[in-house]
Ligand binder design. Structure first.
Ligand code: F6P
Length: 326
């Protein structure tokens, strides 16, 4: 086992609130153990271009409370090629980096898995940062708690105007392949129905549900994850308007506000725990794994397993929503 001399730290893919808190935790833990730490800007793209700089305790001052990522992020087409990955490897060697900590979601973990298989002399640990909460190996991902709180704040406001106008709203939340945001926030806002990509959505079942609802109910909220197969909120909205022309229907897409904002305390704490664990994992010889928290314990999951399996939709959530939103 080669000892970790210098860690390269980067954020990649979509940003998520709490990434900065994780950066702070990684940098300060590395310094605590007297391991050199370098920031790589703009994810894989910065690795290829050698956009790498030494970080110290002060470089991460006053960031724990900020959304976004001070290291910037992006998606790299070049890193998907063997040539691009080789350029990245050369840059790491040139900078004396022999370990990486990657903060990101699905795409990031796929990228480091491929890279780690090709260049096993670079030890790599992944930290789950995505608002989607769709990675196997951690009960929650960093950013999810902030995103769902942003959503319920927004939808509570939508409910007030819906109630005043006797309207039905179809609210679309993020989650191209994952309904985790829609599922939890749907219960949190008392939605009348939830539609997620993990289950086959039946538009007729939605119609039945809306029809069966209490007749004197004046506002209705249907929460839809953007990846839901009938085609997202606008398509569902069109179908509802056609089937129920007497409903005053509106569509609202919450979009990227879900990705920004001050991280909640839960996200800051999770980011701090996982950031520390990532550095300690490298120190203890771990590589090729994502660090997560399962039932409040630090857990390691090989990259291949964490990206292949989505969290399953908890049918109990749907049952509760349907039972309570009479
Ligand atoms: O993966 C996080 C996520 O927010 C998804 O829920 C969403 O589909 C995607 O990123 C949007 O990405 P972009 O910022 O490129 O529009």
């Amino acid at each position: 086992m080669t000892s970790v001399k210098k860690i390269g730290l980067f954020t990649s893919g979509s940003d998520s609130p709490g990434m900065n808190a994780a950066i702070r935790a990684v940098v300060r833990t590395a310094i605590f153990y007297e391991i050199e730490i370098a920031g790589i800007r703009r994810g894989f793209e910065g690795m290829i271009n050698g956009d790498i700089y030494t970080m110290d305790t002060k470089s991460v001052s006053n960031i724990i409370q900020r959304g976004g990522t001070m290291l910037k992020t992006g998606r790299s087409e070049q890193f998907k090629t063997a040539e691009g990955r080789n350029l990245a490897y050369q840059q790491l060697k040139k900078n004396g980096i022999n370990a990486l900590i990657a903060l990101g979601g699905n795409g990031t973990l796929k990228g480091v898995k491929e890279f780690g298989d090709e260049y096993p002399d670079i030890a790599i640990i992944g930290v789950p940062c995505t608002i989607d909460n769709d990675l196997r190996g951690s009960d929650f991902t960093i950013g999810y708690d902030t995103a769902i709180n942003t959503v319920i704040e927004a939808v509570d406001k939508i409910r007030e105007t819906a109630e005043s106008h006797d309207r039905l709203f179809i609210v679309e939340v993020m989650g191209r392949d994952s309904g985790m945001i829609a599922l939890r926030t749907g219960m949190g806002v008392g939605a009348e129905a939830i539609m997620v990509p993990e289950t086959k959505s039946d538009i007729n079942a939605l119609f039945d549900r809306l029809e069966r609802g209490r007749k004197d109910k004046t506002s209705k909220i249907v929460m839809v994850a953007e990846g839901d197969e009938p085609g997202g909120a606008f398509e569902i909205g069109k179908a509802i308007m056609k089937r129920f022309p007497h409903y005053d229907t509106r569509v609202s897409i919450l979009g990227h506000i879900q990705r920004g904002g001050k991280p909640t305390c839960m996200d800051r704490v999770l980011a701090s725990q996982l950031g520390v664990a990532a550095v300690e994992a490298l120190k203890n010889g771990h590589s090729g794994e994502m660090v997560g928290l399962i039932h409040n314990d630090i857990a390691f999951t090989p990259f291949g397993q964490s990206v292949k399996h989505h969290h399953e939709v908890n049918a109990e959530y749907i049952r509760i929503v349907e039972m309570l939103s009479l």
